[in-house]
Ligand binder design. Sequence first.
Ligand code: ADP
Ligand code: MG
Length: 376
Amino acid sequence: MTTVPLDIAFFRRFLDRAVEVVVASADHLTELDAAIGDADHGANLKRGFTSAAGAEAVAAAGTPGALLTAVGAHLTNTVGGASGPLFGTVFRRMGKVLGEAAEVTPEALGQGLAAAVRSVRRLGDSAPGDATMVDALQPAADALAASLADGGDVTAALRAAARAAVEGAEATVPLRARRGRASYLGERSVGHEDPGAASSALLVTALYEATDPELAPRRQEEPGRREEPQAAEVTPDAASAPAPAPGRVGVVLVSHSRDLAAATAGLAAALVGTGDPAPVALAGGLPDGGVGTSAELVRTAVAEAGEGAGVVVLCDMGSAVLTVKSLLGTGELADARLVDAPFVEGAVAAVVTASAGGDLAAVLAAAEDARTYRKL
Ligand code: ADP
Ligand code: MG
């Protein structure tokens, strides 16, 4: 039986290995995110892990629990993007379960990972099969627990966890994303490995590799070494492909506030990431800059955003909704459809989906989906 101590040295080897592998794989992770997200996952994690490794609180940590907690706090603050709070939760939850012990038992490690996965699922409202990091983390936690229950030593159990995580990440390829930005793509998310699942597999593999002081921090092939992506897998999809004829669906943002409309459009464009955003036109506030809704600005915006494939209109409330509805009722906005969705979330979903080449039905559905997304 291997008896590698799960002490601070083990967890520091893990962190070194995690940083090394995240840096080495950053481009690959970003390519995965370019296909179904906003092409920042590798950069996000690289920033988060390299800065965590250099953080004072991390250097000062004296126990495994303190180290993981400090790394987690740092990831939440520095990663940016959805994976920041999610991975931050994984590390902090594990750190909390490991407590103040100088050396943790394999069983505690197993309980820590299981608790971390529960926390991520709760935070993200996500379950296995949603094509997220949970699809790698849940099988890893299950395999770790099963191997330990079978009498496996910690090295064997972490090897099994790493394999399960890699297989779980690969198994996201045929899945339709149901959480996170990739879910905006609906069916078009099928055929792509989820970036967060891929990075989770790398991190669980790093945990396995830390069981061998000789191997870490050297790059090695087993298990879970990512194969080079197939060309087809990383070919940017419609998000960065030329716009299909007859043009894309346009989006019009109608807000009482000129600034809010502009800022919402800016946020949506930023979340499109790579590629050329679909046409977005604004009807923010009154022509003189005051707060309110102008029918004239709405008409102009709908005309501006139209490329022949339809226009989706997002409103904030009150007079914005009433103005658009009345113009639609009079037939003045022939091409346009009002969508029942929260302004910011619906706008982001609509712009991302339209930019990816979605048709009018797809853009409406994506925006409406934002309405049913529960935050609690
Ligand atoms: P962003 O999506 O904000 O750009 P990243 O690109 O860094 O953030 O991370 C994206 C990854 O985060 C996804 O691939 C997915 O694995 C994970 N993710 C996003 N939302 C959720 C969620 N609700 N539940 C679980 N994981 C999620
Ligand atoms: Mg991203």
